[in-house]
Design a protein around this ligand. Structure first.
Ligand code: PHE
Length: 448
């Protein structure tokens, strides 16, 4: 079944390319922009704790599940369910994933556009000198009320994504990512060291690290789980699609492990920058919505020596990290359109990219660009339904499908073809069959 070489959807040129592509999908604005935002909105350290548990106990097993499903079926998410259980409603879960991917694409492109816009701000000297938090807030507000500019930036990110995906995944992107991702790591570490040693950083650190268990609630668990899926690119078929390009001889366990580890590490690092900086420099409460990262990073960047260079680099890297995510998001509906609707790659990317731009407009106008969308918090709602609830539901269905329909025996066998020892498989089975479904059903029950 190894159709890697003949697959018209494109192939990864090497194992490292694949790991990077999967990590590139996972690492993105979800880590640097969304993670601090949800930590801030959900009580700080207690959320962080639940988040880490969610990644280890549920995220990692679900990632391995998606990879093994994809590699076994050698199909896009809809085709994968169809191949294993033909003519059954299970494939609807594939559709759910594709729809979520499409909507998430629309607003991750918006965030990529913000990063590009902030890059321009840095190089044009907007953040010269030690800026105040009021100034950073004002910049963000003004930035978002310039409707034309915000939509042009959205268009710009969609266009780049479409361009790359229309060329097929094998192009230059692999090389790019290989060089740029390590840079992002290093830059974030430098910023984190600087932020945590700021005078007054202690309060931020304790908000981030000292759990206040009275803040634990169903909502915290739902958001932590949703964030884990969002950040790891799970629950929408991306890893099923990517898994379908992996050779049988490859070790899916270490692959999933590396992706989870690097993704979580980057998210935690972002928190080590945002919260100390926030508490040390500004008085803003951490729950300040989607602008949080964009209001806080300039504060720290304007204070470190050589901040101009660091700042320029930072926003370029954030942009690149976002684009490696949007590529994967566009690839899901595109590969579906190619396989199932028999569209050409070009037609699929152009049509779907155009639609993503259209759907991205209301989200882009939700942070002050247009009163109506801001008032109904259009973006917040899309983010909640497609970037959180639907991912959790999708993952639940994957667990049930693997646990009770396809059968974990076959799934374990699939994993074993590249990792013959797989000693921990009883734990994996336990998580997919019992733990994950029970936790997900529990939080959905309390929420809806
Ligand atoms: N995981 C990406 C991030 O952390 C975003 C993303 C979500 C990408 C869902 C693909 C699917 O930014």
């Amino acid at each position: 079944m190894d159709n890697l070489e003949t697959n018209h959807r494109g192939v990864w040129s090497s194992k490292i390319a694949f790991v990077l592509a999967a990590a590139g999908s996972a690492i993105g604005p979800g880590n640097i922009w969304r993670f601090p935002m949800v930590v801030g909105n959900n009580g700080g350290a207690v959320f962080v704790l639940v988040y880490v548990l969610a990644v280890v106990l549920i995220g990692f097993p679900v990632m391995l599940a998606e990879f093994s499903l994809g590699r076994y079926a050698q199909r896009n998410p809809v085709g994968a369910f169809e191949r294993i259980k033909p003519k059954s409603p299970w494939k609807l879960n594939g559709y759910l994933g594709i729809i979520s991917a499409f909507f998430i694409l629309s607003y991750v492109c918006m965030i990529a556009g913000w990063a590009a816009g902030y890059f321009i701000k840095v190089v044009s000297g907007v953040f010269k000198g030690e800026i105040t938090s009021q100034f950073a807030e004002k910049v963000f507000r003004d930035f978002n009320s310039d409707t034309t500019q915000i939509l042009l930036l959205l268009l710009f990110s969609v266009a780049i994504t479409v361009y790359i995906v229309s060329k097929g995944i094998k192009g230059g992107i692999e090389r790019w990512v290989k060089v740029l991702m390590p840079f992002l790591f290093i830059l974030l570490i430098v910023l984190a060291v600087y932020a945590t040693t700021l005078p007054g950083a202690g309060k931020g650190l304790s908000f981030y690290l000292k759990p206040d268990f009275s803040k634990l609630s169903g909502k915290v668990i739902l958001f932590a789980l949703g964030q884990a899926f969002f950040s790891l690119s799970l629950g929408m078929g991306i890893m099923i699609t990517y898994g379908s390009y992996v050779r049988k001889s490859e070790n899916l366990i270490s692959l999933s492990g590396w992706v989870c580890l690097s993704d979580t590490f980057i998210a935690l690092l972002a928190g080590f920058i945002i919260f100390p900086t926030l508490f040390a420099i500004s008085g803003t409460s951490p729950a300040s919505g989607p602008g949080l990262a964009f209001q806080v990073f300039p504060l720290i960047l304007s204070r470190i020596p050589g901040g101009f260079i660091f700042g320029a680099f930072f926003f370029i890297l954030l942009f690149v990290a976002a684009i490696t995510s949007t590529i994967s998001l566009l690839e899901v509906p595109v590969s579906f359109a190619i396989d199932e609707l028999k569209w050409s790659r070009k037609k699929a990317t152009y049509v779907i990219g155009f639609l993503a731009f259209i759907f991205g407009i209301p989200s882009s106008l939700s942070s002050g660009g247009m009163r109506f969308f801001t008032k109904i918090d259009f973006f917040g709602k899309v983010d909640f339904f497609f970037g959180n609830a639907s991912l959790v539901i999708n993952a639940l269905i994957i667990c049930i499908f693997l646990g009770y329909v396809w059968g974990l025996k076959k799934a374990v066998q699939e994993v074993k073809s590249g990792a013959p020892r797989f000693k921990l498989h009883p734990l994996w089975v336990f998580s997919l069959k019992f733990l994950s479904p029970v936790v997900i059903i529990f939080i959905l029950y309390f929420l809806f």
